[in-house]
Write a protein that binds this ligand. Structure first.
Ligand code: C2E
Ligand code: CA
Ligand code: CA
Length: 577
């Protein structure tokens, strides 16, 4: 008997010692009288203040579900700035008393660690913005909240227009600098400080919860304005705009993926309209985007299939200063005869090819084919025929563009002075110094440069002076209303004068009627193109009609005279266009 009492005492002491040395606070409370029957040393030493103030029970037992046998909850002790896990369980005390055992673990460090990990996994390392994962989590919450409150939230989806140029052309260092600069500016905008996310290489999302929707217009305008200015990247300013798609939730979608898909469709619509544009999603866009996806897939296949579906047409360029208005070469214009989608004009697929980065291989194909054809013309009795090839901004800003042009010239054996590369003005404002340098190096190869679509977009007379140009091509829009519009007439006359002064030729495109052509007389225009003379023709047709040496070979007739175009003949032809 004695022995068993001793043993019991020994056990209790051992148990007490264990409880006092556990890394957690423990107490037992009578379920009926609410009296604390036991508390370990950790509880007394940690929560002496709370015990003295009588707030211990309120702190750890608030919100406990009555009648619940066991459970756990997290408690935030605001005054101490600590977090606790509280486990409780009903049990019997000394055989007949119903009590509740409480075990309290301090989890502050664990929680802080978790928070750090969470922050890391939700943060984009390059920009410090929240990442895609975080966006998905937050958006899901915002959608749910909007559904409950009946409100409407907005998602803005931004894709940078010129990121590829900067990243591929100048290097990742500059790409990263740009992403950081954009992120800093977005985050600095009032109302969206905490809802900016980087969700892809150069894609950003901004969520405007229902409460912030009233300032939508302000936010969107603010973003557009932000991108109208250049970005300072370490050494100088670079232009980079964005295209924005806008969707609302829950109206346009109730899940992250659905909203992302629609925002992407709207964004692409914005991109098609030009740079720094914004488009709001509408149901009709869905069908259009189906075509875009079809085009995307088919275009990738067409590139893989050795470009067979891409055809190069040639539109004659006419020298109006020579008697008889001879053809002096042609502009190469691409067409895509897609087996699945039919004939697709360049205006429709070139922007997509640029967006997908496929313009580089496709553009090289055009250049290769154009050089190959022109070499044949030069070898077939027209040694001075020139070929003009359109070069997209994306191509021009590729880091190896000069080597690529040089390689193709060598491969074809074409005399470099018979190649003219047409570039548009929009690229000039991007980074004048870089564009000047690239064009300068291309010119060193002996290749000529034409400034295409002059008079549209970002026209600046300074471009004419600064860029190493050989030809200025006046945009077709000036020809359209040439007969009735004094402005168009004066514009062409002025460009003609200017071009002559700086030793550059002027080419007017899009001449469709005799009247338009006649108005140009005396305007110092050197070359013309247009349906009035001829449409773009497949290679063999162009050769038959405009390369006399070709005819010699093919039909045993012809001569230099055939190069000359009879105005009357083409005028008749114009009728059935
Ligand atoms: P662009 O360089 O301004 O080419 C002239 C466009 O005007 C061509 O359209 C041509 O067919 C059309 N055109 C010629 N004469 C007349 C006329 O009298 N009246 C009218 N209304 N139009 C005329 P196309 O072939 O549809 O090409 C459209 C644009 O697509 C081109 O405009 C060019 O920017 C782009 N493009 C075409 N081929 C290529 C290419 O190989 N590479 C690149 N990057 N862009 C290309
Ligand atoms: Ca052109
Ligand atoms: Ca043009």
């Amino acid at each position: 008997m004695h022995n068993s009492i001793d043993m019991k005492q020994g056990w209790e002491e051992a148990l007490e010692s264990i409880l006092n040395n556990m890394g957690c606070a423990v107490y037992v409370r009578d379920a009926e009288t609410q009296e604390i029957l036991y508390a370990n040393r950790v509880l007394y030493s940690t929560f002496d203040e709370e015990i003295r103030e009588g707030v211990l029970i309120g702190l750890f037992e608030q919100d406990m579900v009555p009648g619940c046998i066991r459970g756990s909850r997290k408690v935030h002790h605001i005054r101490r700035g600590r977090w606790y896990d509280v486990y409780y369980t009903r049990m019997e005390w000394m055989g007949d008393r119903a009590v509740t055992l409480f075990v309290i673990h301090d989890i502050t460090e664990k929680k802080a660690f978790q928070k750090r990990m969470e922050k890391q996994s939700y943060t984009d390392l390059v920009t410090g913005l929240y990442n895609r994962l975080c966006c998905e989590r937050d958006l899901t919450d915002y959608i749910r909240a909007a559904e409950i409150s009946g409100g409407k939230g907005i998602l803005l989806y931004l894709d940078l227009d010129d990121f590829k140029n900067i990243n591929d052309g100048l290097g990742h260092q500059y790409g990263d600098m740009l992403l950081k600069a954009v992120s800093r500016s977005l985050k600095g905008m009032e109302g969206i400080e905490n809802t900016c996310y980087r969700v892809g290489g150069d894609e950003f999302i901004i969520i405007i919860p229902p409460s912030g929707c009233r300032s939508l217009r302000e936010i969107v305008n603010g973003i557009v304005e932000l991108f109208e200015k250049p970005w300072y990247l370490g050494d100088r300013d670079y232009y980079c705009t964005m295209s924005m798609g806008i969707v609302s939730f829950p109206g346009d979608g109730r899940s992250f993926h659905e909203l992302m898909k629609k925002a992407d469709i709207a964004m692409y619509e914005a991109k098609k309209q030009g740079k720094n544009r914004v488009a709001v999603y509408s149901g009709q866009m869905g069908a259009v985007s189906g075509r875009r996806l079809d085009m995307e897939k088919n275009m990738r296949d067409a590139v893989l299939m050795d470009y067979e579906e891409f055809r190069i047409y040639f539109q004659p360029i006419i020298d109006v200063r020579e008697p008889g208005f001879p053809c002096v070469g042609a502009e190469a214009l691409i067409r895509w005869d897609s087996g699945e989608l039919g004939l697709i004009p360049p205006d429709e697929f070139i922007p997509l090819a640029e967006y997908l980065g496929l313009i580089n291989p496709i553009g090289s194909h055009v250049l290769r084919e154009a050089c190959r054809h022109c070499k044949k013309w030069n070898d077939s009795g027209c040694p001075d025929y020139k070929v003009n090839v359109n070069l997209s901004v994306i191509q021009l800003l590729q880091s190896d563009i000069v080597e690529s042009v040089e390689g193709i010239l060598q491969e074809s054996g074409l005399n470099p002075r018979n190649l003219t590369l047409e570039v548009t003005e929009s690229l000039a404002i991007q980074d004048m110094e870089r564009v000047k340098d690239i064009l300068g190096r291309i010119k060193e190869l002996g290749v000529r440069i034409a400034l295409d679509d002059f008079g549209t977009g970002y026209s600046s007379l300074n471009h004419i002076r600064e860029l190493p140009l050989d030809v200025i091509k006046v945009d077709q829009s000036f020809v359209k209303d040439l007969s009735g519009d004094a402005y168009s007439q004066s514009f062409i006359r002025m460009v003609g004068e200017l071009a002559e002064t700086i030793g550059v030729s002027i080419c007017v495109e899009g001449i469709e009627t005799r009247e338009q052509f006649q108005i140009l007389e005396g305007m110092k225009v050197r070359m013309v193109q247009g349906y009035y003379f001829d449409r773009p023709l497949p290679g063999d047709k162009f050769e038959k009609k405009y390369v006399p040496g070709w005819n010699d070979k093919a039909e045993g007739r012809g001569g230099r005279e055939d190069c000359r175009l009879q105005k009357e003949f083409t005028n008749d032809q114009c009728g059935n266009m």
